[in-house]
Design a protein around this ligand. Structure first.
Ligand code: NAD
Length: 437
């Protein structure tokens, strides 16, 4: 099939590349000329494991191309995906201006039946709005389908190629057939394509992300309670995670969720609910608890330095909102670093992939190091913000020798509590006893 993908960010680029991999001819459209130029030159603007090889293969076989022109990109397309940003608007609801702008622009460009697929995360009712915006100036038949994306950054290629399920919201049989044909190579192992109405598909995405954010937050509250009661959150996690009704995933305590999806999606669902006169109490608590959780270690750091951080150097390991990505949107590390700087501390940071993005945002307010050990030289404390695997087994003797202070604040519970007992460090983590305090 001939496919267009409008919006070539984390979702659009993965969608376009993976659909090319299954044999379609895909053109990705983006208004960001720099991004399109990079892609045309064979460079990928984001870090996503496994994407590069697939991208190269499909570009070389002329199945994947890039343009800044919407008209050129959608020419002859049978399916047009919208993978556009839906950031929080002023009141917390999803801002639809990017999607509706493209919908308006599409109307006069369509010259035959086409399926327009909304992959962005959008509130209930958006498919109707997109359809209305296209219809203002369009003389051909078209269908608008809601097809929320569930990929996770860091494992996006695998998630797209082997989805647990594909959700397709449309009442049109014609569109259903086209979507079945397009997605059938991805569900050959029997995972379902779930057809439903547009509103239910739109809500499914918010329900999924809000449920996961709630699960994380619930566990973080259990962790906080563990600290009060002297229990160990890792033991509790194992205790409940082995219950198949609960499951093992999304139960790891830490400094809260971040990223470009959970915070904005929980907020947008709460706003949709209040607009519909429904008081979604759990979501309000989830947002409140997560906000507090993100900077939970700062008071511990302040206490350790007896209230005075001026001139202290804090090494920070991890800047991305989670491992295997360079995405720093809503990353807890950034909020922590800003607080440390406000308190007069100096920050020396390292992240395997996110340094360029952080530099563009924070400039020379902090020092960027070439690896984790450079950041800890002469540091008064180490603060761990992202669970990159390479941080899990550090050379503690080297750290102890090279650091000024012997204290680690771990927002991701990377180290075994028992192992830390015979190390030289004071060790403060989440939901577990403090070691060598
Ligand atoms: P992104 O910001 O990485 O990419 C969006 C792209 O759209 C950008 O490259 C931007 O330049 C481009 N764009 C903006 N206006 C345009 C226009 N008029 N024409 C063409 N291109 C335009 O965003 P993302 O992370 O890919 O997210 C896209 C949507 O998918 C959001 O609704 C998000 O909530 C949802 N989503 C994201 C993820 C994720 O992990 N990132 C997962 C599932 C769903």
């Amino acid at each position: 099939m001939k496919i267009a993908v409008v919006g070539t960010g984390y979702v659009g680029l993965v969608t376009g590349t993976c659909l090319a991999e299954t044999g379609n001819r895909v053109t990705c459209v983006d208004i960001d000329k720099n991004k399109v130029d990079m892609l045309k030159n064979g460079q990928i603007p984001i870090y996503e494991p496994g994407l590069e090889a697939m991208f190269e293969r499909n570009v070389n076989q002329n199945r994947l191309s890039f343009t800044t022109s919407l008209a050129e990109g959608i020419k002859d397309a049978e399916v047009i995906f919208l993978a556009l940003p839906t950031p929080p608007g002023e009141n917390g609801s999803a801002d639809l201006k990017y999607i509706l702008k493209v919908a308006h622009d599409l109307g006069p460009l369509l010259d035959k039946y086409v399926v327009i697929v909304d992959k962005s995360t959008v509130p209930v009712g958006t498919a109707v709005k997109v359809s209305d915006a296209i219809a203002v100036n369009c003389s051909v038949d078209f269908d608008v389908v809601s097809n929320p994306e569930f990929l996770r950054e860091g494992v996006a290629v695998d998630d797209f190629m082997k989805p647990d399920r594909v959700v397709v919201g449309t009442k049109s049989e014609r569109a259903q057939k086209i979507m079945s044909k397009l997605f059938s190579p991805l569900v050959r192992q029997g995972n379902p394509i779930l057809f439903m109405d547009e509103a239910s598909a739109e809500l499914t995405k918010y329900a999924a992300n809000s449920f996961l954010a709630t699960k994380i937050t619930f566990m973080n509250e259990i962790a906080n309670l563990c600290e009060q009661l002297g229990a160990d959150v890792d033991a509790v996690r194992r205790g409940i995670g082995t219950d198949t009704r609960i499951g093992k995933r999304f139960l790891f305590a830490g400094i809260g969720y971040g990223g470009s999806c959970f915070p904005k999606d929980v907020q947008a669902l709460e706003k949709s609910s209040s607009d519909a006169d429904y008081d979604f109490k759990i979501l309000k608590s989830v947002m409140e608890v997560n906000q507090l959780q993100k900077t939970k270690l700062i008071p511990e750091i302040v206490k350790h330095f007896k209230g005075d951080l001026s001139g202290k150097t804090i090494a920070v390991w991890g800047l991305a909102f989670k491992p295997y990505t360079d995405d720093i949107r809503e990353a807890p590390a950034l909020e922590n670093i800003k607080m440390l700087l406000d308190l007069g501390a100096k920050v020396k940071a390292y992240d395997p992939e996110a340094m360029t993005n952080v530099k563009a945002m924070m400039g020379d307010q902090m020092t960027y190091c070439k690896d984790e050990y450079e950041s800890t030289i002469d540091a008064d404390a180490l603060l761990i913000m992202t669970e990159w695997p390479e941080f899990r087994t550090p050379d503690f003797d080297k750290l102890s020798e090279e650091m000024n202070g012997q204290v680690i604040f771990d927002g991701r519970n990377l180290f075994d509590i028992e192992d830390m007992k015979d190390k030289a460090f004071k060790y403060v983590s989440i939901g577990r006893v403090k070691i060598n305090d």
